[in-house]
Design a protein. Structure first.
Length: 59
């Protein structure tokens, strides 16, 4: 299992993200809440450019 979850809004072409430490969001259609829940369940850190994740952190 990876350590970082790459959000669907980021390009997946960076070479560093093609290692076991990184995984893409399983379904690009997931809501932010679904991404957050998946990351929490799998102990992953979300990498995103969305500013609205701040709301999820404080919830």
């Amino acid at each position: 299992m990876g350590k970082y979850l790459i959000d669907a809004n980021l390009p997946h072409r960076f070479a560093i993200w093609h290692t076991p430490d990184y995984e893409p969001v399983p379904d690009p259609a997931w809501s932010d809440e679904q991404v957050w829940q998946h990351a929490a369940l799998n102990k992953l850190t979300v990498i995103t450019k969305d500013v609205d994740y701040e709301v999820l952190i404080t919830a």
